[in-house]
Write a protein that binds this ligand. Structure first.
Ligand code: BT5
Length: 323
């Protein structure tokens, strides 16, 4: 019933909807409506009550409403359970906190309207103001360590394909798993394992997508290098539809990988890779490798031809020379 009430608030075009109207539509009492609204507020939904007018859901275009996602979601596993928060330090951290106490259903999505300590790889900061899609997908795969490492590329291929559907042109991937649109970063992925690899472990796939952020919403630190679906397409997008589309893209690549291995994913990845055949610089801690990115192999490594030798790179930050 709580999800239905949230859906009613979400669907209310004119803004306010009265408690009695909702009670009538859903066949419950006004007191019951009020109790559910209080519970939704406790879950983090910003719902305002104005006497004589009714209730209104704030930040409507940017909040995740599970019923609205499920209405359009075509996945088998991903996003069948969605947990929403108004504000978190990081959705990946919340997933870990939940896992300390309980198990998490396969494919559960933990999402937040904003994050105060969103993280990228190597403890870098991920800017996560209101207007983006910040979520963690929790999986319980039975894969070897080397297969797990490939999931970065698997999810990047899926995310890149899904985001392109909201943009006039195609998105591209920067190895291993950043999604770019016309040389600016539009989304990133942070994969983390929780638990011991040889016993029970969960994979937490943290995904950040700049959806409805305007230029002025982007913190100065990334304003020059980042972009959003809004900036590039010139219109706002329903975050629930974006989540449904992205979950489909991620799941279809994940299932393809489980069923047919990495080769078909690698083809997709290479097709969308923004630096294949180009001169790149790869930083790995203190070490810098420069050369032509000749290929990506079936282990997900980048092959860099330095002119003297071919180096296989399994981790690091890539930048295209001359960009
Ligand atoms: C990533 O790291 O790109 C992974 C980002 C994952 C974020 C999600 S949000 C949900 C979940 N919860 C979390 O706490 N994290 C995940 P990396 O490749 O290390 O890139 C980090 C770099 O991207 C930063 O150093 C900035 O330069 C840049 N950056 C930060 N915020 C950005 C933003 N919103 N848009 C574009 N670029 C950004």
């Amino acid at each position: 019933m709580r999800e239905k009430i949230l859906n009613e608030l979400y669907r209310q075009e004119e803004g306010y909807i009265s408690g009695s109207e909702m009670a009538e539509r859903l066949g419950i009492t006004r007191v019951a409506v009020w109790k559910h609204i209080e519970a939704l507020k406790a879950e983090g939904y910003d719902i305002e009550a104005v006497s004589g007018r009714g209730y209104v859901l704030k930040n409507k275009k940017d909040v995740i409403v599970p019923a609205a996602v499920k209405e359009v979601l075509k996945t088998r596993i991903f996003g069948r359970n969605i947990i929403y928060y108004n504000c978190l330090d990081s959705t990946n951290e919340e997933a870990k906190r939940i896992l300390k106490k309980n198990e998490i259903e396969e494919g559960t999505v933990i999402t937040a309207l904003k994050q105060t300590s969103g993280r990228g790889r190597l403890q870098r900061r991920w800017e996560s103001p209101v207007g983006g899609l910040w979520f963690s997908l929790v999986l319980h795969p039975i894969l070897s360590v080397s297969e797990i490492a490939l999931l970065s590329l698997v999810f990047a291929a899926g995310l890149c394909n899904s985001l392109s559907k909201f943009l006039p042109d195609e998105c591209y991937i920067k190895w291993p798993n950043d999604v770019y649109y016309q040389d600016k970063k539009i989304a990133g992925i942070l994969l983390e394992l929780n638990g011991e690899i040889d016993t029970t472990y969960y994979l937490i796939a943290g995904i950040g997508i700049n959806v409805n952020l305007r230029e002025e919403d982007l913190p100065l630190a990334v304003r020059e290098t980042a972009t959003s679906l809004y900036i590039e397409s010139g219109r706002e997008h329903d975050i629930n539809r974006v989540l449904a589309e992205v979950l489909e893209g991620l799941e279809s690549c994940y299932l393809l990988f489980l069923e047919n291995g990495f080769a078909p994913i690698l083809d997709k990845f290479k097709d969308r890779c923004m630096h294949l055949g180009k001169k790149v610089m790869v930083k790995r801690g203190e070490r810098v490798i420069e050369g032509i990115n000749e290929d990506i192999d079936l282990m997900g490594n980048m092959l860099i031809n330095t002119g003297k030798e071919i180096i296989r790179v399994s981790t690091g930050d890539v930048s295209i020379i001359g960009l």
